[in-house]
Design a protein around this ligand. Structure first.
Ligand SMILES: Cc1ncc(COP(=O)(O)O)c(C=O)c1O
Length: 451
């Protein structure tokens, strides 16, 4: 579909009149890009403009756009049956098979899958599962959750509280109690190598000690903080965090809503450091965004505890659409595509191409610092002075201007967070498309900073 200017304007007015968008702020929607179709890493809007989707839409379209196989999988399943529920004594074949497939791919210690509709529901359920587990263990005081600065965990009230980005709290208080964040300890001498955002594993230990280990149910960690700006960890960070969790008997929830299913060049990101979580949250790439689905996954130990629960301790957590047959059928087909086309291996190889290209284009630039990447997740920071690290005046909004230039002049769509520009193209991306993404970035940085 390609529409003329008057049809575009009519649709934009209709959008402005009725559609409340995520992170709604009216000026953002004065001249919306209205998407129409996609193919591979490419998107086209209703005016016929083409863009490279350098964020896999919202980190989720792993197998790329336009996959007829996934539409066929959905249609085939829908023709069989509209919906059947997964509650007390009922099940369906795609959900059974997808649960087994996910357990095959996930960490060795994972055993039980609870399907959700989104990453937020996965994290909210993960916290409920952690508390429930400690109750079953006769330790009901372990209820608190510790999260990290700059993390993003979702849009429900509890997952907004988990999120370590204050912009997501403003105007929504009071937030859910018993959820707190790590902060830089004062006067702490430690031998940790900091992560790219300056955080150390000892911040987690300090937070657990501050709250009291007997009251802490779990910590929640993104292996690479995504929506907060793509911040990669030091190699020893997660092994140390695992050790701290074990020492204080605190469950480790890995939020792999972005990093799960190949994004970092491994099926799941903690594999990079030989670490396994106790609960794993996933969503996004399980269906490559073709249909909503997520899950939280628990270890054999937690699953066994739920199986042995007494009659008055049923795990009363539920969603109508948990294990929806259509979503599960799409998930199965999507994971098969990922395996058949070796997309995790491609993410690892193309991630190196992306990292090298960004460094080649921008390392040493007077207004760019902290080029970072793991697999096909990358980020860079714009600063007034790279030599001193001095930040731009917030009113200058350099990243927003870079983003706009990339889109309007370079035909590349990506995302910015504060002064950070982030990249996460579909896992099917090739070297030439990465070249176009990086060229557009370099041109935009030059246009905005003059260097
Ligand atoms: C790491 C992480 N966790 C959770 C979520 C929330 O997922 P959803 O928007 O599907 O609820 C997101 C969304 O971007 C995310 O990036």
């Amino acid at each position: 579909m390609t529409v003329d200017q008057s049809m575009y304007e009519a649709l934009a007015r209709e959008d402005q009149a009725h559609l409340l968008h995520p992170q709604y702020f009216a000026p953002d929607h004065q001249q919306p890009v209205i998407f129409d179709r996609g193919e591979g890493v490419w998107l086209a809007d209703i005016r016929g403009r083409r863009y490279i989707d350098a964020l896999a839409s919202l980190w989720n379209v792993a197998v790329g756009h336009g996959r007829g196989e996934l539409a066929d999988a959905a249609a085939e399943q829908m023709r069989k049956v509209a919906f059947t529920n997964n509650y007390v004594g009922f099940s369906n074949v795609p959900a059974i098979r997808l649960a087994s497939k996910v357990i095959d791919l996930a960490y060795d210690n994972m055993q039980g899958v609870f399907f959700t509709n989104s990453g937020s529901e996965s994290n909210e359920g993960a916290l409920k599962a952690a508390r429930f587990y400690w109750n079953l263990q006769g330790r009901p005081s372990k209820v608190k959750l510790i999260s990290r600065e700059r993390s993003y965990h979702g849009g429900t009230l509890a997952t907004s509280a988990m999120t370590g980005l204050p912009a997501f709290w403003k105007g929504f208080g009071p937030l859910v109690p018993e959820i707190s964040h790590t902060r830089k300890p004062e006067n702490l001498e430690c031998d940790c190598t900091p992560n790219t955002d300056g955080e150390c594993a000892c911040w987690i230990e300090q937070a657990i000690l501050r709250e009291g280990p007997d009251t802490v149910a779990a910590i929640i960690v993104e292996p690479v903080k995504g929506a907060g700006g793509v911040w990669t960890p030091a190699p020893e960070y997660f092994p140390r965090v695992r050790e701290i969790c074990d020492r204080y008997e605190v469950l480790m929830i890995a939020d792999e809503v972005i990093t799960g299913f190949g994004r970092t060049g491994r099926w799941f990101a903690l594999e990079h450091w030989g670490v396994q979580p106790d609960i794993l949250s996933i969503a996004k790439a399980i269906t490559s965004g073709y249909i909503p689905m997520g899950a939280f996954i628990v270890t054999g130990e937690i699953f066994e505890a739920l199986k042995r629960a007494p009659t008055d301790a049923r795990f009363m957590h539920a969603y109508t659409n948990s294990g929806h047959p259509t979503a599960a059928a799409v998930g199965l087909r999507n994971l098969q595509i990922m395996e058949d086309e070796h997309l995790v291996e491609n993410a690892a190889a193309m991630g190196e191409v992306l990292g090298d290209a960004l460094r080649g284009a921008l390392e040493g630039h007077p207004h760019v610092t902290n080029l970072r990447h793991l697999g096909l997740m990358a980020g860079l920071s714009l600063v007034k002075d790279a030599a001193t690290g001095e930040a731009f005046d917030p009113a200058a909004t350099p990243a927003l201007r870079v983003q706009r230039h990339m889109r309007e002049e370079g035909g590349v769509i990506t995302r910015v967070v504060g002064d950070h520009v982030v990249f996460a193209p579909p896992l099917v991306v090739n070297a030439s498309e990465i070249g176009q993404i990086v060229d557009a970035t370099r041109a935009a940085v030059r246009a905005v900073t003059g260097a």
